[in-house]
Design a protein around this ligand. Sequence first.
Ligand code: NZQ
Ligand code: ZN
Length: 394
Amino acid sequence: MQSFTFHSPTEIIFGRGAEDHVAEKLRAYGASRILILYGGGSVVASGLLSRIEKNLTSVGLAFLVIGGVRPNPRVSLVREAIREGVAADVNFVLGVGGGSVIDSAKAVAHGIASPHVDIWDIWTHKAPLEKTTPFGSVLTIPAAGSEVSDSAVLTNEDTGRKLGLNTPLNRPLVAFMNPALAFTLPRAQIAAGASDIMMHTMERYFTNVKEPNVFTDRVSAALIRTVMECAERLLVSRKDYDAMSELMWCGSVSHSGFTELGRCKDFSVHKLGHELSARFDSTHAMTLTALWASWARHVYQYDPARFAQFAADIFGVNAGTDEERTRAGIRRMEEFFASIEMPTSLAGLGIGTLTKGTIEELAGAATANDTVRLGSFHPLTRADAAAIYTAANH
Ligand code: NZQ
Ligand code: ZN
């Protein structure tokens, strides 16, 4: 295995009633003026937001509440929240929601710490990110893994770009994770969340590192199989606490970096997917499942043995040549995504059939006009990216 450094500093408070500890924990972290960020209203409807507000009020902590974060979160709302947070002299940012809210909370925390720098300049590396404001989250959906990850993704509606920023400063201080808070999720979001969690591990499983990495491989396979099983259970019964607990914990482990230890991640499908979200506002995980099989069929030739191992690890496909097992593994994964009603081609995103010109634009944007290679399993050129979009374009 390759050498590594792993630092995952987020304190995790997991289980029923986790959110009841918000006030006590935030006070312990020195918070006195808190900015609470939330999304489109699910946390208002469920009563979660008012419970947190009461909890904070009961210990005399001041807070300011800003809602309206949308999926594929926009930088404009982040800028507005930074302005309000600076004016209120906020010293802790708490995201209450999913990946979009938590990613926005990360950006707001960075922006409050550097109020004279535009946050998009930080996002595009025009300005350095040197400090942040303490932040954490109350998670309401097992999916993006932002509650522990070192990344955050924002969309700039003026430039039409959706970009991730990876930095240790994106690791939250604390995450409150009560699986029961996710009982109100619509079925489609459960399926999307499960798919994103699987993809976070698959994008690390397919690596160009050839040294053996037995433990990480086994953890990865166990995680993917657990998520598949729990997603199926939850689509039958959304209030299965045990299944939701497994899914929520897998979501964090999957994107904490733990499943890439000793190797190098790929994440090219994510980058291709972000271009679709930026252009069509498509749900993140739907872009991933729409593209994955096309990516896999495009790149497996560079290491068919790895794909054959994947087929064996995940689906128990042990018979046949590497090529036969590879094809079976990709087909079985595609069938799984279809079985939980996730798209397996671009048509499933509801964006129609793309023209050749649009595909060229997407491939150009993803690769910065062929100046950047995507991923590591087989670094993708603009031509590779266009071929993958084209293969998925039905
Ligand atoms: O906005 P509200 O009303 O809260 O509704 C949300 C939203 O419509 C709803 N929802 C969340 N919890 C709910 C609920 N509805 C009912 N009951 C609940 N308990 O779910 C919808 C989706 O929310 P969102 O936060 O967008 O979902 P997710 O967690 O999948 O986050 C997706 C975003 O995270 C980014 C994606 O690109 C996308 O922008 N990612 C962030 C990553 C990171 N920071 O590490 C990694 C990922 O790969 C991903 O790129
Ligand atoms: Zn993802």
